[in-house]
Design a protein around this ligand. Structure first.
Ligand code: 6OG
Length: 156
Protein backbone atom coordinates (compact mmCIF):
# COMPACT_ATOMS: atom_id res chain seq x y z
CA UNK A 1 0.00 0.00 0.00
CA UNK A 2 1.32 3.42 -0.89
CA UNK A 3 0.37 6.63 0.84
CA UNK A 4 0.28 10.11 -0.60
CA UNK A 5 1.55 13.22 1.18
CA UNK A 6 0.48 16.68 0.04
CA UNK A 7 2.91 19.59 -0.10
CA UNK A 8 2.93 23.18 -1.31
CA UNK A 9 5.85 24.90 -3.06
CA UNK A 10 5.70 28.64 -3.69
CA UNK A 11 7.77 30.93 -5.88
CA UNK A 12 7.65 34.71 -5.68
CA UNK A 13 8.46 36.23 -9.04
CA UNK A 14 9.60 39.52 -10.48
CA UNK A 15 10.05 40.07 -14.19
CA UNK A 16 13.64 38.87 -14.26
CA UNK A 17 14.11 37.49 -10.72
CA UNK A 18 12.83 34.67 -8.56
CA UNK A 19 12.89 34.34 -4.77
CA UNK A 20 14.50 31.15 -3.49
CA UNK A 21 15.26 29.99 0.03
CA UNK A 22 18.22 27.95 1.27
CA UNK A 23 16.71 25.19 3.43
CA UNK A 24 18.50 25.24 6.77
CA UNK A 25 17.13 22.00 8.24
CA UNK A 26 15.14 18.83 7.53
CA UNK A 27 14.25 17.33 4.14
CA UNK A 28 16.19 19.07 1.36
CA UNK A 29 18.67 20.72 3.78
CA UNK A 30 21.30 22.91 2.05
CA UNK A 31 19.30 23.04 -1.17
CA UNK A 32 17.77 26.17 -2.71
CA UNK A 33 14.06 25.77 -3.31
CA UNK A 34 10.78 27.63 -3.22
CA UNK A 35 8.99 27.99 0.12
CA UNK A 36 6.43 25.48 1.29
CA UNK A 37 5.77 22.33 3.23
CA UNK A 38 3.25 19.77 4.28
CA UNK A 39 -0.42 20.61 3.94
CA UNK A 40 -1.95 20.16 7.39
CA UNK A 41 -5.22 18.48 8.29
CA UNK A 42 -8.15 20.89 8.03
CA UNK A 43 -6.53 23.34 5.61
CA UNK A 44 -6.71 23.52 1.83
CA UNK A 45 -3.56 23.26 -0.29
CA UNK A 46 -3.83 27.00 -1.00
CA UNK A 47 -4.21 27.83 2.70
CA UNK A 48 -1.20 25.66 3.44
CA UNK A 49 0.81 27.48 0.78
CA UNK A 50 -0.05 30.92 2.18
CA UNK A 51 0.76 29.79 5.74
CA UNK A 52 4.11 28.22 4.83
CA UNK A 53 5.21 31.24 2.78
CA UNK A 54 4.51 33.57 5.70
CA UNK A 55 6.21 31.28 8.23
CA UNK A 56 9.30 30.70 6.13
CA UNK A 57 10.03 34.16 4.70
CA UNK A 58 7.61 36.65 6.24
CA UNK A 59 5.78 37.51 3.01
CA UNK A 60 2.03 37.45 2.44
CA UNK A 61 1.04 36.24 -0.99
CA UNK A 62 -1.79 37.73 -2.96
CA UNK A 63 -3.25 35.87 -5.93
CA UNK A 64 -1.26 32.65 -5.75
CA UNK A 65 -1.58 30.85 -9.07
CA UNK A 66 -1.17 27.10 -9.31
CA UNK A 67 1.32 26.41 -12.09
CA UNK A 68 2.23 22.77 -11.62
CA UNK A 69 1.75 19.48 -9.83
CA UNK A 70 4.75 17.23 -9.19
CA UNK A 71 4.77 13.66 -7.96
CA UNK A 72 7.86 12.17 -6.39
CA UNK A 73 8.54 8.55 -5.61
CA UNK A 74 11.64 7.21 -3.96
CA UNK A 75 12.58 3.65 -4.88
CA UNK A 76 11.90 1.31 -1.99
CA UNK A 77 9.65 3.82 -0.25
CA UNK A 78 5.85 3.53 -0.38
CA UNK A 79 5.25 7.22 0.29
CA UNK A 80 4.38 9.34 -2.76
CA UNK A 81 4.91 13.10 -2.46
CA UNK A 82 2.40 15.27 -4.29
CA UNK A 83 3.76 18.80 -4.52
CA UNK A 84 1.53 21.65 -5.70
CA UNK A 85 3.59 24.47 -7.20
CA UNK A 86 2.36 28.06 -7.01
CA UNK A 87 3.69 31.40 -8.13
CA UNK A 88 2.82 35.04 -7.63
CA UNK A 89 4.05 38.42 -8.70
CA UNK A 90 1.94 40.06 -5.97
CA UNK A 91 2.98 39.99 -2.36
CA UNK A 92 3.33 42.21 0.68
CA UNK A 93 5.30 42.30 3.91
CA UNK A 94 8.95 42.32 4.77
CA UNK A 95 11.31 39.58 3.68
CA UNK A 96 12.88 37.83 6.69
CA UNK A 97 15.22 34.91 7.29
CA UNK A 98 13.47 32.20 9.34
CA UNK A 99 14.75 29.18 11.25
CA UNK A 100 13.95 27.10 8.18
CA UNK A 101 14.95 29.27 5.23
CA UNK A 102 17.49 31.88 4.17
CA UNK A 103 15.83 33.84 1.32
CA UNK A 104 17.62 35.31 -1.67
CA UNK A 105 16.55 36.86 -4.98
CA UNK A 106 18.13 35.20 -8.01
CA UNK A 107 18.27 36.54 -11.52
CA UNK A 108 16.54 34.05 -13.84
CA UNK A 109 19.85 33.63 -15.65
CA UNK A 110 21.65 32.58 -12.45
CA UNK A 111 19.33 29.98 -10.92
CA UNK A 112 21.63 27.70 -8.84
CA UNK A 113 20.45 24.36 -10.25
CA UNK A 114 23.57 22.57 -8.98
CA UNK A 115 22.46 23.34 -5.43
CA UNK A 116 18.81 22.43 -5.97
CA UNK A 117 16.77 19.23 -6.23
CA UNK A 118 17.84 17.57 -9.53
CA UNK A 119 14.23 17.55 -10.77
CA UNK A 120 14.10 21.36 -10.78
CA UNK A 121 16.26 21.64 -13.87
CA UNK A 122 13.61 19.64 -15.79
CA UNK A 123 10.45 21.49 -14.80
CA UNK A 124 11.65 25.05 -14.07
CA UNK A 125 11.71 25.87 -17.81
CA UNK A 126 7.97 25.13 -18.00
CA UNK A 127 7.27 27.44 -15.06
CA UNK A 128 9.53 30.16 -16.45
CA UNK A 129 7.81 29.99 -19.84
CA UNK A 130 4.45 30.37 -18.10
CA UNK A 131 3.23 26.88 -19.02
CA UNK A 132 1.14 24.74 -16.68
CA UNK A 133 2.69 21.34 -16.09
CA UNK A 134 2.41 17.95 -14.43
CA UNK A 135 5.53 15.98 -13.62
CA UNK A 136 6.47 12.61 -12.23
CA UNK A 137 9.94 11.70 -10.92
CA UNK A 138 11.25 8.41 -9.59
CA UNK A 139 14.35 8.89 -7.46
CA UNK A 140 16.94 6.48 -6.17
CA UNK A 141 18.15 8.13 -2.99
CA UNK A 142 17.99 11.93 -3.21
CA UNK A 143 20.48 12.54 -6.03
CA UNK A 144 19.57 10.20 -8.88
CA UNK A 145 16.48 10.40 -11.10
CA UNK A 146 15.74 6.94 -12.53
CA UNK A 147 12.68 7.90 -14.54
CA UNK A 148 10.66 11.02 -15.21
CA UNK A 149 7.86 12.43 -17.27
CA UNK A 150 6.60 16.00 -17.72
CA UNK A 151 3.60 17.18 -19.66
CA UNK A 152 2.05 20.56 -20.26
CA UNK A 153 -1.54 21.00 -19.17
CA UNK A 154 -4.40 23.20 -20.35
CA UNK A 155 -5.58 23.52 -16.76
CA UNK A 156 -4.71 22.04 -13.36
P1 6OG B 1 8.98 20.37 4.47
O1 6OG B 1 9.80 19.13 4.67
O2 6OG B 1 9.77 21.64 4.66
O3 6OG B 1 8.53 20.40 2.94
N1 6OG B 1 9.92 19.23 -2.09
C1 6OG B 1 10.60 19.24 -3.26
N2 6OG B 1 10.88 20.26 -4.06
C2 6OG B 1 11.58 19.97 -5.18
N3 6OG B 1 11.86 20.99 -6.01
N4 6OG B 1 11.98 18.73 -5.50
C3 6OG B 1 11.71 17.69 -4.71
O4 6OG B 1 12.18 16.50 -5.12
C4 6OG B 1 10.97 17.91 -3.53
N5 6OG B 1 10.50 17.15 -2.51
C5 6OG B 1 9.88 17.96 -1.64
C6 6OG B 1 7.97 20.36 -1.02
C7 6OG B 1 9.39 20.07 1.89
C8 6OG B 1 9.33 21.12 0.79
O5 6OG B 1 10.16 20.65 -0.28
C9 6OG B 1 9.39 20.43 -1.45
C10 6OG B 1 7.96 21.31 0.17
O6 6OG B 1 7.84 22.65 -0.30
C11 6OG B 1 12.13 15.36 -4.39
O7 6OG B 1 7.69 20.36 5.23
Amino acid sequence: MSSRKLFSLIFIRKTSEILLGLKKRGFGKNKWNGFGGKVEKGESILQGAIRELKEECGLSAEQLKKVGILEFEFKGDTVLLEVHVFETYKYSGELIESEEMQPKWYNLKDIPFKQMWPDDEYWFPYMLRGELFKGYFLYRGQDLILKYNIETMEEL
